[in-house]
Each structure stands twice: as C-alpha cells, then as structure tokens.
Write a protein that binds this ligand. Structure first.
Ligand code: AMP
Ligand code: MN
Ligand code: MN
Length: 338
C-alpha cells in the first residue's frame, strides 16, 4: 500500500483536524469495545475540550463505562449506544484499530454522521476515516490528543487533563513501556503543572482493585504454562471462572503484565472465554522482532508490535492451539534470522 503524503489515506494535519472541529457543531465520540483507559480517557479528553468550545458532544461506547474508570471526572457522560441513530455531523473514532471494533450498536448510533475522523496509534489501523491521524510511534491515543489540543490551542479543562494522564499511564504500563519517550514525560510534567493531582489519580487508577480481581489472578496462576525453552508463557480464563467469581470484563485488564514480567519470557499470552462464545486473545512481546501484531493479524486481530489482540472463534482449546503454533513459528523464524 502506498504511504505517500498525497495519497488519500495520508494523515491529516493538525490544522485540517482543527478546521473540522471548529467548523462543525455536533459530534459523537466513539472508542473500541471492551474499552481500556486509553479508549475512555481519549473520549473524555477530546469530549470535554469540545464541550468547552461550546459544541454538542455525545460520548458513546458499545460496552459503556467500566467500573474501574468511573473515578475519571466527567465519566458519567460515557453512554451505551442509543437505539436510534444520533443526529450529528461528525463521528470521531478514538483508539480503535478497525471500524468494526467500535461495535455494531455504536456504529448504528453514529450512522448519520457525514464526516468521520479516525485518531489512533495502532500500526494496523487501515485509516478508515475521511480524516485520519494515525501515529504508531505514539504510546497512547491520549498523547496524540494532548499534542493536537495544545498545538491548536484548544481548551484543556481539568476533565481533559486527568483523562489524558490516565489514557497514557494505562497504555504505557505506568510510563514504563519502551514507547514512553521524553515527550511523554514532558507531557506528564505539563499536566502536573496544570493542576493534576498525581498521588490521588495514581491511587485511583492502581490501588482500587476489587477483591475478585485477585481471586481471578489466583485462578489464572493455576493455569500458567511455559514453553520448554521458557520463551512463551500463557494462562487462561474459562467461562466457569467468570461465573464463579462474578467477574466483570475489566477485571482481567493488565493482568497479563504479571507473566510478561517473567525472566526469559519473550511472548506472554492470555486466552479468555467471552460470553458470546468467542475467545479473546491478548498478547505481549518484549522483542520487536517477535511482532505480536503480525501474529494477531493472521487471525483477523491487530494492535502494536509489542501488544496485540484477537477475537476469534472458539472453543478456547482450539484457539489456543492455533495461536501457540503461530507464535512458535515466529519464534523459530526469529531465531534463524539472529
Ligand atoms: P489488549 O490485549 O486487549 O490489551 O490489547 C492490546 C492491544 O491490541 C490494544 O492496543 C488493543 O486495542 C489491540 N487489540 C486488541 N484486540 C484487538 C482486535 N481484535 N483487533 C485489533 N486490535 C486489537
Ligand atoms: Mn485501547
Ligand atoms: Mn491505546
């Protein structure tokens, strides 16, 4: 695919995006199913900036607001999709690698929008908007929005400030992943100067785990396996565990970092039974050569080189075999090349 700057799929400039934001009045902001901190944080960040500009804004997510992000100021504005399409001029997809990942009901709600903006940091994003702002080098969509808002001198109210911080903190493993740059820390410093309460927001983000999340970790540890060479570690969550512990979708968020952190492990994988019978696969890599986005794309998923996911056909046992075989193949190939 051509990536030349004059191709229709080229990125829009901040000015072009700014023109769309300034010249329209009504917006619907969307993010991916099973939203994480960057998805919800990005919606609130841009949403409250637009509200401060006097715009009419709806913030819709297929699955609604996860309980663990309800501390974010303004998060009560996040709604599940209304049954009837919204009367809006512009739809803005945030942090969402492919359009279907917005969810069917959310897409229906946004179906009257004439203009689509697509702002994201997934390398696998096919640029499905009329205007696209895709920066795969950015650690979080929240950081792209910070750059956009500050470059265009748009309002940055407290809701936007806190949401950007949480978006970037959660997508960088608390400012730890290699995607974190000096600019990321400079951004965080600027947000603190703008009044962000670091201690409070971090404890709200990381020190408020429901007990069932720890019970889930115990159940996951009982399924932990590692390949004989120690390179691949995986664990899994069956439907029965979800029912027994009355788990919510967000309870497993981030737990994969526990097995990613094992010495010698290059690829960590988490398999999860979904209520619809599909299987969610979460992958993390420590090595850019072992690009988990490429593996995810073999199964219709996507993401980033070091963090990617798939929603695939079950049962879990079969999905596991297919994915682990594909990972093993990549591991062998990488070995040959090095
Ligand atoms: P997760 O493992 O769910 O935290 O996802 C890791 C990264 O891959 C995130 O940036 C997700 O947005 C992305 N991702 C997860 N699942 C999919 C999917 N089915 N299709 C495309 N991207 C995905
Ligand atoms: Mn996300
Ligand atoms: Mn993200």
């Amino acid at each position: 695919m051509s990536e030349s700057t004059d191709s229709p799929s080229a990125n829009a400039t901040f000015e072009q995006i700014g023109e769309v934001l300034r010249s329209n009045q009504s917006f619907v902001l969307l993010s991916h199913v099973r939203p994480d901190g960057d998805a919800i944080g990005s919606q609130l960040a841009l949403g409250f900036s637009l509200l401060a500009m006097g715009k009419s804004v709806r913030m819709i997510n297929e699955d609604g607001l996860p309980e663990n992000l309800a501390f974010l100021p303004g998060s009560e504005r996040i709604e599940t999709p209304p049954a009837e399409p919204l009367d809006v001029e512009v739809a803005i997809a945030l942090d969402t690698a492919t359009k279907p990942r917005l969810g069917e009901a959310a897409l229906h709600a946004a179906s009257r929008a004439k203009l689509w903006l697509n702002i994201d940091h997934h390398i696998s994003n096919p640029k499905y908007g009329h205007y696209n702002l895709i920066d795969a080098t950015s650690p979080a969509t929240g950081e792209i929005l910070y750059d956009l808002i500050t470059a265009l001198d748009l309002p940055l109210p407290p809701e936007t400030r806190d949401a950007i911080y949480v978006a970037v903190s959660t997508d960088t493993g608390s400012f730890q992943y290699p995607s974190t740059t000096a600019r990321t820390y400079e951004m965080a410093a600027d947000l603190v100067r703008r009044g962000l309460d670091v201690g409070t927001i971090n404890s709200q983000t990381y020190d408020e785990n429901p007990f069932r999340r720890l019970e889930l970790m115990r159940a996951l540890l009982n399924t932990l396996e590692r390949s004989p060479d120690g390179i691949v570690a995986h664990w899994e969550m069956r439907e029965q565990t979800r029912l027994d512990l009355a788990l919510r979708p967000e309870d497993s968020e981030g737990l994969i970092d526990v097995i990613r952190a094992i010495r010698g492990v290059q690829v960590a994988v988490f398999f999860e039974d979904l209520p619809d019978g599909k299987v969610r696969v979460s992958m993390r890599s420590k090595d850019r050569e072992l690009d988990v986005c490429k593996i995810a794309m073999e199964f219709g998923g996507g993401g980033h080189a070091l963090a990617a996911g798939i929603r695939m056909k079950g049962p879990l046992e079969e999905a596991k075999q297919h994915v682990l075989t594909a990972i093993r193949k990549r591991v062998e190939e990488t070995r040959k090349h090095s």
